[in-house]
Design a protein around this ligand. Structure first.
Ligand code: GAL
Length: 664
């Protein structure tokens, strides 16, 4: 049972990772004064401080953390107190070499970075529990404690003997016996049949393609193993004081072997870290998508709201070079997260260290100190968040849902697929982006989530379809909901075995099509479509079986054959999209599909480049991503300035307006 979470008190959370262990106490005092000036009310403390908390096995030095928490409390700032288990100290690695992780190539890693442990190794788990217990015993009732922040960005894997044994146990639980495992992994192929559990290993480096079922289950196994590492810490922290919520910060990316939707049922608050890789307009699209993912996990897991636990106050680290955020971008992106349901804004990091691997990562207090543009912008954001106090429980209104499934992403990464680079998260993001540009707000939901209020469900390359998922989709359509399915969705069952009889085996009848052959396209290939625009990445031989053709391939081997179809099911349409339309065509298509489902843009009067998010607490967020002032029809009161809005609000270039709308 959890109570009083930080966001329940009214103010939105504001702060970030603070590392007092890197600084002398006089800097702590300066930091806390600066935090107060910036309106900070929550900081993550201790996240990589293990060697400072336990410099030798069993010898704990906590006095400094006592002082830090007392100092925070005296200044009205609360702590998300982290367990430091993402970075074991050197003594741990020397003492327990068997707990150092082994790569798929059989290389055992050594100490020198972070995250260098095997989460299936008993010695690591014992040490992690014991440092968490020490913190729980000392701080569970500290008045500064608002939230436990377990570990940091779970996502590591390993192939050591401990992992192998744990993987076998996990498989035995999942399948019961070897026959079921052989069947699920189709081990009749290439003489892979297992006759003894001892033969089953982790997917280490192989001569040629590895078994796709084994790879998929290995990721699921890691998701469950890391989850158990989290829950055992969570349980002992909860036992020490059930009133304090517990979470861990999610890292996004389909390389991460974590099923965040499933984890959302085990955290008291979904907390995500978000670092857009794009530096231009793509960054706003990525921000909206990440926020809606988090929102979906929270809504169907821990409950409302969620929290942006890390974001960059300034530099974006992209491949090859660092990109400095231009003025206004940090505030706009932060408020985009809040618009979409984050209970606040947290940064990595508060103060930039002088050394260490991430010395050039962005910080609110940069190497230049607090006399800086970043610090001033952070202070202004603190003031803006203060004006939005009490709004964390507001819910976003959306009537389109995009299905997102971690396992489908993992399955499509198998190198034996018909094309490289198949990407379910990327396809979910593309559908979301098309809707974003159409001004239509979308939910992103795990398969099986309740779809009340959803008029159009989109399945974007949702490759895996268990019987339960198929049933979920059918129930939506038979209840009158519209459906839009893109290529490669429903092709395989939950083990990655192809559903036979023509693609997409799971949804042929709903869609009124049968796909006979795939024609993947080269990276630079485009196929013209008769209805306008082009298709990319993928194309297929689609035979209508009840569906009408909306757009056909115009040229190439598929000339004249259907590319996009729709099938009437009751009063609804079930669309099939057998290629990836270019962005404009996809936007038009989704606008039409949404329109036929009765879904219109959130704010039809907003110009392109103005993002509008409407919530059930009466707030309309308007984010102007353009370089021009934008006039948007609205009526009510602008919350950030207190100005009355009488028909039109002007949103400054790169700025944000939040209108508390008048109920007509
Ligand atoms: C996050 C991580 C932080 C820091 C940050 C740098 O993913 O949790 O500890 O490494 O990236 O941008």
């Amino acid at each position: 049972m959890t109570t009083k979470a930080p966001w329940d008190d009214g103010p939105l959370c504001y702060g970030g990772d603070w590392n007092p262990e890197q600084w002398p106490p006089e800097v702590w005092r300066e930091d806390v004064a600066l935090m107060r000036a910036a309106g900070v009310n929550l900081v993550t403390v201790g996240v990589f401080a293990w060697s400072r908390l336990e410099p030798e096995p069993g010898r704990h030095t906590l006095d400094w953390l006592d002082d830090v928490l007392d100092l925070l409390h005296a200044n009205g700032i609360r702590a998300a107190l982290a367990t430091p288990t993402a970075s074991p100290p050197p003594w741990f690695s020397l003492r327990h070499p068997d707990a150092l992780p082994v790569t798929a190539d059989g290389v055992r890693l050594t100490h020198g970075s972070r995250d260098t442990y095997c989460a299936a190794a008993p010695a690591y788990r014992d040490a992690a529990r014991s440092i968490a217990e020490v913190l729980a015993a000392r701080y569970a009732h500290h008045p500064a404690l608002a939230l436990w922040h377990v570990h940091n960005e779970y996502g590591t894997t390993c192939h050591c003997p401990h992992t192998e044994a744990a993987f076998r146990r996990w498989l035995a639980t999942r399948y019961g016996d070897l026959d079921a495992l052989n069947d699920a992994w189709v081990t009749s192929f290439w003489s892979q049949h297992y006759s003894d559990w001892a033969q089953v290993g982790t997917p280490r480096a192989t001569q040629y393609l590895a078994n796709p079922g084994q790879l998929l289950d290995f990721r699921r196994f890691w998701s469950d193993t890391l989850l158990s590492a989290y829950t055992e810490q969570r349980d002992l922290l909860r036992a020490a004081n059930p009133a304090v919520p517990v979470t861990t910060n999610y890292v996004l990316g389909d390389w991460v072997p974590v099923d965040h939707a499933r984890w959302a049922r085990e955290v008291d608050l979904v907390a995500v870290d978000h670092y857009p890789s794009a530096t231009g307009a793509g960054a706003e699209e990525q921000t909206a998508f990440a926020a809606d993912l988090a929102r979906g996990w929270a809504r169907h897991g821990s409950g409302w709201p969620w929290l942006l636990m890390e974001s960059a106050p300034n530099q974006i680290h992209t491949a090859g070079r660092m990109h400095t955020k231009e003025p206004g971008r940090m505030t706009r992106h932060s408020l985009a997260h809040v618009a979409r349901g984050s209970a606040g804004v947290m940064f990595f990091q508060w103060r930039a260290p002088a050394g260490g691997a991430e010395r050039f990562h962005s910080a609110v207090v940069s190497h230049a100190g607090a006399d800086s543009r970043v610090f001033r912008e952070a202070t202004d954001l603190g003031a803006a968040l203060a004006r939005l106090a009490g709004t964390a429980p507001g819910r976003v209104e959306a009537a389109v849902a995009i299905a997102y499934d971690a396992a489908s992403g993992w399955a499509l990464r198998h190198p034996g697929m018909p094309r490289d680079g198949l990407d379910h998260p990327g396809e979910a993001a593309a559908a979301h982006r098309a809707l974003w540009h159409a001004g239509v707000t979308a939910d992103v939901v795990p398969p099986g989530a309740p779809l009340d209020g959803c008029r159009l469900l989109v399945l974007p390359a949702l490759y895996l379809a268990s019987d339960a998922t198929v049933d979920w989709v059918r129930r939506h359509v038979h209840a009158g909901g519209h459906l839009l399915v893109t290529w490669l969705s429903g092709v395989a069952d939950e083990h990655g075995r192809v559903r036979l009889g023509g693609y997409p085996g799971a949804y042929r009848d709903l869609l009124g099509v049968r796909v006979e052959e795939f024609h993947p396209l080269a990276d630079d290939e485009h196929v013209p479509l008769s209805g306008g625009g082009t298709g990319r990445i993928w194309s297929e031989t689609v035979h209508p079986a009840g569906a009408e053709t909306v757009s056909a391939y115009a040229g190439g081997v598929l000339d004249g054959r259907p590319a996009i179809t729709r099938h009437r099911v009751g009063d609804a349409y079930a669309w099939y999209v057998s290629t990836r339309p270019d962005d404009d065509t996809y936007r038009h298509l989704l606008t039409e599909a949404a329109g036929l489902a009765g879904v219109t843009p959130t704010c039809p009067g907003a110009a392109p480049g103005v993002e509008a998010v409407r919530r059930d607490d009466g707030l309309l967020y308007l984010l102007n991503h353009t370089d021009e002032p934008q006039r948007v029809p609205a009526a009510g009161c602008e919350v950030l300035t207190g100005a009355t809005v009488d028909g039109v609000v002007t949103v400054a270039p790169g700025g944000v307006a939040v209108v508390r709308e008048e109920v007509p």
